[in-house]
Design a protein around this ligand. Structure first.
Ligand SMILES: Cc1ncc(COP(=O)(O)O)c(C=O)c1O
Length: 390
């Protein structure tokens, strides 16, 4: 089946397994080879085979991944990078210049905020935070003509708040800006922002796309071909590309994204029920909860509610740290979206870089990335970790 057919006719899981690659013409290899080569033989000067000349500009393993990601996000083109932050930086430089303005979420991933606040700001980019869940606040933060990007995560990291992608796209476009959606938490299985009006999807493919905590990577996906050209130029000119080994791992991960995400969601729902009934827990953050302020929007724009759950505890920061320290099946570590469950203290770990800013997270907050282990083992582990802490 051709690339075009996969993109427009096949179901998500079929695209996840087949899009971006046809069995190798020479050998029939069903899985794309890892093209561990920096350069490609030319048939006479400028006689490129398949357009490949040098692996920063293009590599067939990376091309397969990029085709797959474009099909899953229902975009026209995707670009794979060495990390999520490399993708973000490349996008910013492709679209913005010194003096431009960007609106960021007020609970963005700490590394995204640090990139804008410590790196892009020194380059002359101005940024303002706004809660993506509050459309009036976002509208007020926009500076028509000056704002180039409205950047949102939905669900956000780590507080799982929800932004209405269609409404945010309208606000961005009214002000002459592009809407960028970091779709890392949802993954393309649960949400396709480009179909809701977003202009750019960002991924840390390190997370659910890769899915096995064995690779760091990032991606951008777009529909507009002029924007794609600008990104393609910057991807090559800046050089932060995904290497062929890393591209291959992410591509392998994507094949099982659908089944993994369904199990992540099943397990997260049971973890949420357990935490909601626990006396030490003062608040559970999960967009699947009917009393979550973004629940209705999430139900409209997401297939299910994801595998990340955050919660606050009555005993303050010390109790949150103790729970992280006692957990055993939940591994104490940064990152998320792998098959194994992880637990972390955002204030001291992933979000330490936003301490003292408007994006600071509560000290009594614990974040779980609920994995796909046997759910009874996850619940028993939380019980013992929370049990004596109350
Ligand atoms: C939502 C989100 N976006 C972007 C990133 C950055 O991606 P990477 O760590 O692959 O550079 C992360 C990393 O944790 C993230 O959680």
């Amino acid at each position: 089946m051709s690339e075009q057919q996969h993109r427009h006719k096949s179901g998500f899981e079929t695209r996840a397994i087949h899009a971006g690659y046809e069995p190798d013409a020479a050998t029939g290899a069903v899985i794309p080879p890892i093209y561990a080569t920096s350069t490609f033989k030319q048939d006479g000067v400028g006689g490129l085979r398949g357009g490949y000349e040098y692996s920063r500009s293009g590599n067939p393993t990376r091309t397969a991944l990029e085709g797959n990601l474009a099909a899953l996000e229902e975009g026209e083109r995707a670009f794979a990078f060495a990390s999520g932050l490399a993708a973000e930086d490349t996008l910013v430089r492709a679209v913005c210049g010194p003096g431009d303005h960007v609106v960021l979420p007020n609970d963005a991933y700490g590394g995204t905020f640090r990139l804008f606040d410590k790196v892009e700001k020194a380059w002359g980019l101005v940024h303002d935070p706004a809660p993506a869940a509050d459309l009036d606040a976002v509208r007020r933060a926009m500076r028509p003509g000056e704002t180039k990007l409205l950047w949102v995560e939905t669900p956000t990291n780590p507080l799982l708040s929800i932004g209405d992608i269609s409404a945010l796209a309208a606000i961005a476009h009214e002000a002459g800006a592009l809407l960028v959606v970091d779709n890392t938490f949802a993954s393309p299985y649960l949400q396709q922002p480009l179909t809701l009006g977003a202009d750019v999807v960002v991924h840390s493919t390190t997370k659910y796309c890769g899915g096995h905590s064995d690779v760091v990577g990032g991606a951008l996906v777009v529909r507009d071909l002029d924007l794609a050209e600008r990104i393609a130029f910057h991807q090559n000119a800046m050089g932060a590309v995904a290497g062929p080994f890393d591209a291959w791992l992410v591509l392998r991960g994507l094949k099982t994204l659908g089944v993994r995400m369904d199990r992540h969601c099943d397990n997260a729902e049971q973890v949420v029920a357990f935490l909601s009934a626990h006396p030490s827990v003062t608040q559970v953050f999960y967009p699947g909860l009917p009393d979550h302020p973004g629940h209705e929007i999430a139900a409209r724009q997401m297939k299910r509610f994801g595998g990340i759950v955050s919660f606050r505890v009555a005993g303050g920061e010390q109790q949150a740290l103790d729970i992280c320290g006692r957990a055993q099946v939940f591994t104490l570590g940064e990152s998320l979206g792998g098959v194994e469950s992880l637990i972390e203290h955002p204030g001291r770990m992933t979000h330490a870089s936003v301490a003292g800013t408007e994006l600071e997270v509560p000290a009594d907050l614990v974040r779980l990335s609920v994995g796909i282990e046997t759910v009874d083992d996850l619940l028993a582990d939380l019980e013992q970790a929370l049990g004596s802490a109350g």
